[in-house]
Ligand binder design. Structure first.
Ligand code: PLP
Length: 483
């Protein structure tokens, strides 16, 4: 497609996106299709000859939109509420246009150098020290995998060369994380061939934070058994509740036993750009690595995860492998040396656009506002006799449940409330289990969210609680009469 056609369709698609954002609240947040609906409506094989692109665009409305769950809807409060800014989309568009594969500096000087600059800007905004150098991966899961791989490389056990299987000279290697950490830590351990039995899950306190004394005990017991502890993954902003592991107290334990400390701040790292929240990363000046995801809470379109690492040399030692056809003479950073991928997308462009368009103040204000809205919802819950909080709210995630006096089975009640809210299409919330209790989670992080959206959700929750309670009372009365 060339010249005028490219322009015409380009304008049309940008118009389409502008209308989509303007009308986003008219869509049901969760897609309402049944499984397989889209597959059943698509041909079984690709068209033999090219189609008119105008027809293809029409199918976005007809086929794709109904199958979209709208993460950009301001009432998407499930999981973590994440959304894209418009300038982020421009970054994606241009990076697709350049289509560069950042493997060697010479194949992508712009991506290689802009990434370094943008990640240094972000590091400063988060209040992290200069010793941490950033590198972009797609997701936090992959960032954490690379951090643990670098930690293992630092053991000098020749695992890169000789592997782990069939070796009698290797003790059981151990990684420690809290019971509340993200499943990506366990997946990394699986993928690195360490095995799930290498992962020790440390108990948490009443605020869902890793208990440092338990960590120390586990490490000491393992050493006595002849195992080899080598890495701790602490979390700042856990997935279930956004609890904050006490990094400052974990650091000395890691230093005493020479363990690599990786901090998973995938969600909450963004909050550290807000001066009054920056304390959440206290202690990270002594961590070995830290992951944060601008695609979670910095309005950056998926995907963009940043690994900050103090030992890029070890990351390089773990992954660099240069075949003849990729050998170059210049002394530069070649990003292919720092991970499993050869080519990398030009992801820093969208973050650069966002930082320049919003400025530090604009980004800070939005995150601060999300935390204010979460506090407002928390206040409403605390003031109500029908609801109770189930975890502290350090950032912008609220964990709570309905607890009306006359209901015994609160788990079933709350699950019904969640399903009723989600089925209506007006909002999306998700759940977790805390201390065995079915817990509702409301995340506030969308760039388009306003006070009225949180009010709407609160009304919806109370409405559903009322409907379900009334139906429960009616059913109970009928069954008494039948009896
Ligand atoms: N770590 C934490 C604390 C998370 O909450 C999540 C996802 O929600 C992840 C890691 C995984 O993120 P990603 O999808 O970027 O792999």
């Amino acid at each position: 497609m060339q010249g005028e056609d490219f322009r015409r369709f380009g304008y049309e698609i940008i118009d389409w996106i502008a209308d989509y954002f303007a009308n986003i609240e008219q869509f049901p947040v969760l897609s309402q299709i049944e499984p397989n609906w889209l597959k059943d409506n698509l041909p079984k094989s690709a068209p033999e000859t090219g189609e008119d692109f105008a027809e293809v665009i029409k199918d976005i409305d007809r086929l794709i939109l109904p199958a979209v769950t709208h993460w950009n809807h301001p009432n998407f409060h499930g999981l973590f509420s994440t959304s894209t800014s418009s300038v982020g989309i421009f970054g994606e568009l241009l990076s697709a246009a350049f289509d560069m594969k950042a493997m060697l500096w010479r194949t992508s000087p712009a991506s290689t150098e802009l990434e370094e600059v943008v990640l240094d800007w972000l590091r400063q905004m988060m209040g992290l020290d200069e010793g941490l150098k950033g590198i972009i991966y797609d997701t936090a899961s992959v960032s954490t995998l690379h951090a643990i791989a670098a930690a293992r490389e630092g053991l000098d056990l020749k695992i890169r060369e000789d592997g782990m299987s069939g070796r009698e000279d290797l003790p059981l290697l151990r990684v420690y994380t809290s019971e509340q950490s993200h499943s990506s830590v366990e997946k990394a351990v699986i993928l690195l061939g360490l095995g799930q039995r290498s992962l020790v899950k440390i108990a948490v306190d009443e605020k869902f934070r890793m208990i440092p004394e338990k960590l120390r005990e586990a490490i000491e017991a393992d050493k006595q058994n002849g195992y080899l502890p080598f890495c701790v993954v602490a979390t700042v902003g856990t997935t279930s509740t956004t609890s904050i592991d006490p990094v400052e107290k974990i650091v000395p334990i890691c230093e005493e036993h020479t363990l690599w400390l990786h901090v998973d701040a995938a969600y909450a790292g963004s909050a550290a750009i807000v001066p009054e929240l920056q304390d959440c990363l206290k202690g990270c000046e002594r961590a070995d690595s830290l992951v944060t995801n601008p695609h979670k809470w910095l309005f950056t379109p998926f995907d963009l995860s940043v690994l900050y690492c103090r030992h890029l040399d070890l990351l390089k030692r773990a992954f660099a492998l240069v075949p003849e056809y990729l050998k170059v003479s210049e002394t530069v950073t070649n990003q292919m040396d720092y991970g499993i991928q050869l080519g990398r997308r030009f992801r820093s462009l969208k973050l650069w656009f966002i930082m320049r368009y919003f400025g530090q103040q604009g980004m800070i204000e939005r995150i601060r506002e999300h935390c204010r809205l979460a506090k407002m919802l928390t206040d409403w819950i605390e003031e109500s006799e029908d609801w109770e909080m189930l975890a502290p709210v350090p950032f912008a995630l609220v964990c709570f449940r309905a607890c009306p006096k006359n209901v015994e089975d609160l788990d079933t009640l709350n699950e019904k409330i969640m399903n009723a809210v989600n089925e209506g299409g007006e909002a999306y919330i998700s759940h977790t289990k805390l201390n065995g209790k079915f817990t509702l989670r409301v995340s506030i992080g969308n760039i388009r969210v306003e006070e009225r959206h949180v009010e709407k959700l609160w009304n919806l929750l109370n409405e559903k609680l009322g409907e379900i309670s009334r139906k429960g009372a009616k059913d109970a009365k009928e069954s008494r009469e039948d009896f």
